[in-house]
Design a protein around this ligand. Structure first.
Ligand SMILES: Cc1cc2nc3c(=O)[nH]c(=O)nc-3n(C[C@H](O)[C@H](O)[C@H](O)COP(=O)(O)OP(=O)(O)OC[C@H]3O[C@@H](n4cnc5c(N)ncnc54)[C@H](O)[C@@H]3O)c2cc1C
Length: 374
């Protein structure tokens, strides 16, 4: 039972691949198992994401998750550049800012109130009046009365990022196995490796990063409901490049532009199990919101649509760190912000495996809070 690797990573979405890269960069021999191909493919949420790096946009209060998001955003540009350099592929990281728009004065005032703590915490934001908003985003509907602009929030292309990460980890010597892990192998309270359909693989450490499917792996010690799929549906419209300059949120939809003129319009949050279909009703609602909030999109072509399964936890906090088993580290449950949180998650997991204290207190994200009750 000699370990074949220093670490086995279960899951090849943005979290698993970022963890694999961080570990390989620190000299570890890494094997990554991924089930995203084949007849019963578990398609990564990462490929469905809008790529909004909205640390301030998402922050409701000065809480641990907001701090985690801010720490990750601070690392994102360097992370993107490192992956581009290692893979030779562009990931379209853009420091575009994020605008949260309001369509009546009361909503604008409410937004401003919600952000008051951010100002006190010296986080950058601007209040835009109608004229300033039109100057920044001239195609936004005329009834937009103003907005809050989170200057340091950004965007990335999640599919390009995942493809580049794939190249980067291969270049760093990570072995990728296209297989579904069934269970964690253990000796008492210590994880020894994993078992897939072809047998057992042993490693000194195991990292569980299987997104929405994390609790389908047995013997992890997690409660069955610790991580659940939350479907998000998305439309892709093709318009002229630059129609929207940055990410824009409206009350009923958000818009995440790509350099080539595509605009992603999202999204729903639905607890409907592992159903990743696009429904007629959601497509109708998203299209209606798109044309109402950005009227020029009436002339755009509808180029694609998809749905993905966000790994949701009931307290909406990720699971990062050890649970009840020794040598098993969790990196899952990132819900709406897994792309944003990839750099900090990878750094924390690599630190924990090396036995170093992470840069940020991971207590609030402890998987033990969602352990199976014996
Ligand atoms: C519509 C939508 C919009 C979103 N927008 C944003 C956004 O703008 N910004 C943001 O930060 N986040 C966004 N998210 C959230 C983000 O996509 C997720 O939080 C993130 O992708 C989770 O990454 P992950 O690696 O944990 O999981 P996933 O990307 O789902 O990857 C999990 C991987 O594990 C594999 N797997 C599963 N079970 C096994 C097994 N037993 N053995 C081996 N492999 C297995 C799967 O095949 C898959 O490849 C969005 C999500 C959706 C659906």
């Amino acid at each position: 039972m000699t370990p074949s690797a220093d670490a086995i990573v279960v899951g090849g979405g943005v979290i698993g691949k970022s963890v694999a890269l961080a570990l390989a960069e620190r000299g570890a021999k890494v094997e990554l198992f991924d089930a995203s191909e084949g007849s019963e493919a578990r398609r990564p949420a990462t490929r469905a994401a809008a790529g909004i790096l909205g640390a301030q946009m998402e922050a409701q209060a000065d809480e641990p998750l907001a701090r985690l998001c801010l720490e990750s955003r601070a690392r994102f540009e360097a992370f993107a550049k490192r992956i581009e350099a290692k893979s030779g592929r562009a990931v379209e990281y853009r420091a575009s800012g994020v605008i949260v728009s309001a369509f009546d004065d009361a909503s604008l005032e409410k937004l401003e109130g919600e952000c008051a703590w951010q100002k006190k915490a010296d986080l950058k934001l601007e209040k835009l009046d109608r004229a300033a908003l039109r100057e920044l985003e001239p195609e936004l509907a005329e009834d937009a009365v103003g907005a809050i602009r989170f200057v340091d929030d950004a965007r990335v292309d999640p599919r390009a990022l995942l493809d580049a990460l794939d190249q980067a980890i291969r270049a760093a010597g990570v072995t990728i196995r296209s297989a579904r892990v069934r269970r964690i192998l253990r000796d008492g309270a210590t994880a020894l490796g994993v078992e897939d359909e072809s047998g057992a693989r042993h490693a000194k450490h195991v990292v569980l990063a299987a997104g929405s499917w994390s609790t389908l792996v047995s013997e992890t010690g997690l409660a069955e409901t610790a991580v659940m799929p939350a479907r998000g549906q998305m439309l892709e419209l093709r318009a002229r490049p630059g129609l929207l300059r940055g990410v824009v949120l409206a009350p009923d939809a958000y818009f995440s532009p790509r350099d080539d003129g595509r605009i992603l319009v999202g999204s729903t949050v639905e607890l409907v199990g592992f159903d990743d279909r696009v429904t007629a009703a959601a497509a109708r609602d998203l299209l209606a919101a798109a044309v109402q909030r950005v009227p020029a999109l009436a002339h755009a072509s509808l180029s694609d649509s998809w749905a993905g399964l966000r790994p949701y936890t009931t307290d909406e906090l990720p699971l990062i760190g050890p649970g009840t088993l020794d040598r098993l580290i969790f990196a899952t449950g990132h819900f709406r912000n897994g792309v944003l949180l990839a750099p900090i998650t990878a750094e924390i997991v690599a630190d924990l495996i090396e036995g170093k204290p992470p840069a940020i207190d991971v207590g609030p994200f402890s998987p033990s809070r969602l352990a199976r009750v014996a």
